[in-house]
Design a protein around this ligand. Structure first.
Ligand SMILES: Cc1cc2nc3c(=O)[nH]c(=O)nc-3n(C[C@H](O)[C@H](O)[C@H](O)COP(=O)(O)OP(=O)(O)OC[C@H]3O[C@@H](n4cnc5c(N)ncnc54)[C@H](O)[C@@H]3O)c2cc1C
Length: 408
């Protein structure tokens, strides 16, 4: 049998790539180091990912199991202003909703679908490195659940290892994104009051002096809450932190203290948290934004977070992962990875410009002004719905406008 495609990692990027390969009748092995279900951040999806779920044949199951998200709300503590972007205001609103998903369940569903389509999904397998061929990749070394090492010959390797970014870290370089050296402190709560009807599933972004908070409601009554704070805020609160660590799996009490300090600094978040039950001690992730120099080569490509990660302000990570993984399969087969890479980078670049514009304060006046500049509002709504990869006239226009707006 011909050597198969190997996908490293079974998150959204890996599952989508594996499913699409299997749908085309290709032989594909997914090596996932963890047993599923497993926790992940990235719980708020974007409408423009939905065609991928539909093509995989899981859209109806996702709709049945998860909370529908129809908009994004932004609240500014300093000015007291609030604004809501309803996805039906996007230029392309074929899908005018998305979903809020606990990732343990969502990722397990996607990966199970890839398996049911024919992918050979192996949990507990850790890829340790690429096997080089002349100038490229010819296979991978992987450790099975019993600790035995295997050399796997491959037809092609898709690195979907998330922020572990196996190939990028293995000599192909990652570069931190200046000005986005933030830390996220997060937990899940139960019992947070919600709006009813159309707005129940909205994501809430609450801006405060030290950064911003997210609130992501789930169908079962839980909500994900988190604070993304700057390096300066972390430094200023070092006394509160005590021994707070980086990417701590077992959060020290100091992470709780930091998260609740950030909540206490925000009147809007304090109100929202009133009466909620906190379900587990706060955890943290730090310095998560980076780009990779090279995301494809002879015999390999990196998709999803393995190909770079932008600050999560606009809930873009899973969308970039799923869109990129869906499109990469025909690009590999057709030998068109340079064009695929250019499209991914252009789309991700638009998100990055918007994120930078937001942190600089340049985007807020446009976001918080309703009913004026209709075109601009629709453009921002389209960006928030994830419509950044198309090459429509207005998408190009929007890209230019955002750059002009934020001076990036
Ligand atoms: C603070 C924060 C908040 C976020 N909020 C959002 C949000 O609201 N919405 C959103 O869309 N995104 C959000 N994200 C981003 C989101 O988490 C990621 O973009 C998304 O999970 C990327 O999917 P992926 O498949 O590329 O990687 P992952 O989901 O990380 O999956 C990678 C998989 O690879 C496996 N793996 C890693 N190394 C190996 C190896 N060597 N061998 C075998 N398997 C391996 C891992 O176990 C994992 O299962 C957020 C991120 C952060 C940091």
């Amino acid at each position: 049998m011909a050597a198969p495609f190997v996908v490293i990692g079974g998150g959204p990027a890996g599952a989508v790539a594996a499913a699409r390969l299997a749908q085309r009748g290709e032989s594909v092995v997914v090596l996932e180091k963890e047993a599923f279900p497993r926790f992940r951040l990235g719980e708020s999806l974007l409408p423009q990912s939905l065609h991928v779920l539909e093509a995989m044949g899981v859209l109806e199951e996702v709709r049945a199991r998860f909370l529908v998200k129809k908009g994004a709300q932004f609240h500014d503590d300093a000015s007291g202003k609030a604004t809501r972007f309803s996805f039906d205001g996007a230029f392309d609103h074929r899908y005018d909703y998305a979903f809020q998903v606990p990732r343990d369940e969502f990722d397990a569903l996607l990966l199970a679908r890839a398996a049911s389509l024919g992918a050979d999904v192996r949990h507990g397998w850790t890829v340790t490195r690429a096997l080089a061929s002349a100038g490229g990749v010819a296979g991978v070394m992987a450790r099975d659940p019993d600790g035995r090492e295997h050399a796997l010959d491959t037809r092609f390797v898709i690195d979907a290892s998330g922020r572990d970014a196996l190939f990028a870290h293995d000599g192909r370089a990652t570069e931190r994104l200046d000005g986005l050296e933030n830390t996220a402190l997060y937990t899940h709560v139960r019992g947070m009051a919600r709006e009813q009807g159309e707005r129940e599933g909205d994501v809430h972004i609450v801006l405060f002096d030290g950064g911003w908070h997210w609130v992501i409601p789930f169908k079962d009554g839980r909500s994900s809450v988190g604070a993304v704070v700057s390096r300066a805020w972390m430094r200023a609160n070092a006394g509160v932190a005590g021994d707070a660590g980086r990417d701590a799996d077992h959060a020290p009490a100091s992470l709780d203290r930091l998260l609740f300090k950030a909540i206490a600094e925000s009147p809007a978040m304090t109100r929202l948290m009133n009466g909620t039950e906190v379900l587990w001690p706060a955890r943290a992730a730090a310095d998560f934004s980076y780009r990779v120099g090279r995301s494809y080569g002879d015999g390999w490509v990196a998709v999803g977070d393995a190909g770079g990660f932008i600050d999560p302000l606009f809930s873009t990570g899973v969308h970039i992962a799923m869109w990129g993984a869906f499109e990469v399969v025909p690009a590999i087969v057709a030998g068109e990875l340079p064009a695929w890479d250019a499209r991914v980078r252009a789309g991700a670049g638009m998100f990055l410009t918007a994120v930078r514009g937001f942190y600089k304060g340049a985007l807020q006046p446009y976001m918080f002004t309703e009913n004026s500049r209709t075109y601009l509002r629709r453009a921002i709504t389209s960006m928030l719905s994830g419509d950044v990869f198309s090459d429509e006239r207005w998408t190009r226009d929007m890209r230019e406008r955002l750059v002009t707006l934020v001076g990036a």
